[in-house]
Design a protein around this ligand. Structure first.
Ligand SMILES: NC(=O)c1ccc[n+]([C@@H]2O[C@H](COP(=O)([O-])OP(=O)(O)OC[C@H]3O[C@@H](n4cnc5c(N)ncnc54)[C@H](OP(=O)(O)O)[C@@H]3O)[C@@H](O)[C@H]2O)c1
Length: 245
């Protein structure tokens, strides 16, 4: 689809990967609802950068673990935009709220992971669809490699939640295909200017070193703007998703 004048909601678009997606879409003329949780200052700054790119938007605050707050976010979106062309489910709570190995994770920590990913996506997509016309695009930001081996034991909550999220993506993709709406998961690798920068300096160094020595073909970590480019690409004219072909 041509992106100029379209409307997007990206959860957690105030910073990190969500911000990279917001700025990439704004560059193409998309108006963006900038969602944040606690850091309003970062959201204001991101909205300013969107406006500098010639697009517009508004701020919306919500805890994505609270279904009532997710619904309130979509009510605000309906009032401000009246429609939605692109929904990106990207938010993830801070690691200390869920990061525990399988034998120790509390049910509260487990629920935090599942509620923030699978349940938030379930509610978010259902709220999106009445606002979305043919040609709409829905994305979930996941981390597929996180749960592949079970090796990173304290990731069990988020790894299981992301696996459930990826499964939901497939179910929704089938459920809405006939409406001309596509549903995709995007799974970035380690990404700069994100949660990565909150890790201990030594760990960051190890990860950067590993990538620059050739773990990735480009010899560097990904960036939020790389992920933004992937979203933009998948939002562009999608012949496979266009009805009548
Ligand atoms: N970073 C990576 O290397 C990487 C790799 C693969 C996949 N991913 C995925 O990419 C997504 C974004 O990760 P990131 O590293 O860019 O994030 P981040 O920089 O750690 O930022 C976290 C974001 O989540 C928001 N947030 C935290 N708790 C929330 C809650 N309860 N409700 C709503 N929002 C909440 C924060 O909002 P406030 O600041 O307003 O509180 C913030 O915008 C995640 O789904 C993550 O799993 C990341």
């Amino acid at each position: 689809m041509g992106l100029k004048g379209k409307y997007a909601l990206i959860t957690s678009s105030s910073r990190g990967i969500g911000k990279g997606i917001a700025l990439a879409l704004a560059e193409s003329g998309v108006n963006v609802a900038v969602h944040y949780f606690q850091n309003q200052g970062a959201a204001i700054e991101t909205l300013g950068q969107i406006r500098k790119r010639g697009s517009d938007g508004f701020l919306v605050q919500a805890d994505i673990m609270r279904p009532d707050q997710i619904r309130a976010m979509f009510r605000k979106l309906n009032r401000e935009f009246g429609k939605l062309d692109i929904f990106v489910s990207n938010a993830r709570p801070e690691a200390p709220t869920f990061y525990q190995p399988p034998l120790e994770i509390s049910l509260k920590q487990w629920d935090t992971a599942l509620d923030s990913q699978a349940t938030a996506f379930l509610i978010g997509v259902r709220e999106t669809l009445p606002l979305m016309n043919e040609g709409g695009r829905i994305f979930a930001i996941t981390y597929a490699q996180g749960s592949r081996t079970g090796g990173l034991q304290p990731w069990v909550g988020m790894g299981s939640a992301k696996a459930a999220l990826e499964s939901l993506v497939r179910y929704f993709a089938v459920a809405v295909a006939k409406r001309g709406v596509t549903v995709n998961a995007i799974s970035p690798g380690w990404t700069e200017d994100s949660v990565m920068n909150t890790l201990p300096e030594q760990v960051q160094h190890l990860i950067r070193d590993w990538h620059s020595r050739g773990w990735t073909p480009m010899g560097r970590l990904g960036t939020p703007s790389d992920v933004g480019d992937v979203v933009s690409l998948l939002c562009s004219e999608n012949r496979a998703g266009s009805p009548g072909r």
